[in-house]
Design a protein around this ligand. Structure first.
Ligand code: PLP
Length: 425
């Protein structure tokens, strides 16, 4: 897939793209032994008993786009945000939260968060008063754990500021009897983080009509590629064995055709799909008018949210119980409240670098949301964000992990921590 950086599309002064793009995983790290995000399997469609899991799709009107970052850009557009406006954004973030603000021509103003990732309510009061043109506040329900949404809503209402609720980590969840995503003027989600899909994002509003958001199909090539990639990812992790056997030939044909297309374009892979959540692909405004694929939209309907919610909570608890007493590590969140359906299990580590390298070398799927902060965001802006950015390693707890895979992952983390402890002695 062609790498599209924001500097290709929008002239920004001192483009942050070069600094922001995380380096690709060094070649000496093996491929992850387990799927870092949900891999398609027949089990994805199983139903489960138990309480229903509220979701952002219950929060209001929805538009299905191709990524969370595109949904952020569309939300800013709907809010009428443009040059000269300021958007309050969290100091703890990933580039795809900030790039759309830059694209809109607005200025991001970074506010502080507390050690537990909640918005520093005193700091947003100060920041909102420090400039005249604050039009919106972006707040992220990190890792699925909600922000003080009642207080944030009141803060925004008092000042005539619009609230953008970032539910990229909280596709499922509720707070005070309402689904997450219903507190913001607009809310966004990232489908790839929760469903076995290759692209997808949601723009949602509980408060405004979305009639002005017009979307078109991204074309048959896109539809086909999205479906095949999702299926192929399932195959790669040993899911869908029967389908794999049936599809060996069509897959070979598809790969051969793809090779021909690429060769015709002198080696430049056509950008048939948007940047994935893996990061490093930047923000491409060409996708602002594109509807999510039929495949992804179908998955959002067909995959059981109840099962997803149940299993995510169960897997999270499993990781919590097994990893919470390790030396030099502690879970970022002490409890798993009702209504929280985690994206991942975040572990706060005293020696994250060595542990990260060791785990990656063993093929453990470690995620580092927030590893790269926007240029200029340092300890003087927010010490807690810098600390979280450096120290929080995240492990998948998604619904498509098998028990033996979770057990293996736990074993790897334990022995890596113990080994490291031995080294330090
Ligand atoms: C992943 C992510 C986004 C962007 O979602 P994409 O689908 O990757 O574009 C936005 N906010 C947060 C907090 C994220 O983790």
């Amino acid at each position: 897939m062609g790498k599209i950086s924001i500097s290709d599309v929008e002239p920004v002064e001192a483009s942050p793209a070069a600094v922001q793009s995380p380096p690709l995983v060094p070649a000496d790290y093996p491929r992850s032994r387990l799927p870092v995000a949900p891999a398609l399997s027949l089990a994805s469609f199983l139903r489960m008993s138990g309480p229903p899991a509220p979701s952002i799709l219950d929060a209001g009107e929805v538009r299905f786009v191709t990524s969370g970052r595109v949904a952020i850009a569309l939300a800013l557009k709907q809010m009428g945000i443009g040059p000269g406006d300021t958007v309050l954004v969290p100091s703890y973030h990933c580039a795809s939260m900030i790039e759309p603000v830059i694209w809109a021509g607005a200025t991001p103003l970074f506010y502080r968060i507390r050690p537990d990732t909640t918005v520093d309510l005193d700091d947003i009061v100060v920041k909102a008063a420090s400039v005249r043109n604050v039009k919106a506040l972006m707040a992220t329900n990190y890792y699925g754990f909600h922000q003080p949404l009642v207080a944030l809503r009141a803060f925004c209402d008092e000042r005539g500021i619009q609230l953008l609720e970032d539910c990229a980590h909280s596709f499922l969840g509720s707070h005070a009897g309402r689904p997450l995503g219903s507190w913001g003027d607009y809310a966004i989600a990232s489908s790839m983080k929760f469903f076995p899909v290759y692209e997808g994002g949601c723009l949602v509003s509980a408060r405004h009509r979305l009639d002005g958001v017009a979307l078109q199909s991204a074309g048959a090539g896109f539809e086909a590629k999205v479906m095949l990639n999702s299926v192929e990812n399932g195959f790669a992790y040993g899911r869908l064995p029967l389908l794999r056997a049936l599809m060996t030939l069509p897959m070979a044909v598809k790969n051969a055709l793809w090779g021909v297309i690429k060769a015709r374009r002198h080696g430049a892979a056509p950008a048939l799909a948007p940047g994935s959540s893996d990061g490093g692909f930047g923000f491409d405004p060409a996708w602002l008018t594109k509807r999510s694929s039929l495949f992804s939209r179908s998955m959002l309907r067909l995959v059981s949210r109840r099962r997803m919610g149940e299993l995510r909570r169960r897997n999270y608890r499993h990781l919590y119980d097994a990893l919470s007493a390790l030396p030099g590590c502690r879970p970022l969140f002490a409890t798993l409240p009702d209504g929280v359906y985690p994206w991942v299990f975040p572990l706060l580590c005293d020696e994250p670098q060595a542990l990260f390298r060791q785990l990656k070398s063993a093929g453990v799927p470690v995620i580092r949301f927030g590893e790269y902060l926007w240029p200029g965001v340092d300890a003087t802006v927010c010490e807690n964000s810098v600390d979280l950015s450096r120290r929080v390693l995240q492990f998948p707890c998604h619904q498509e992990l098998r028990d033996d895979e979770i057990k293996w992952m736990i074993g790897q983390v334990r022995s890596a921590v113990k080994g490291e402890e031995g080294d330090l002695r």
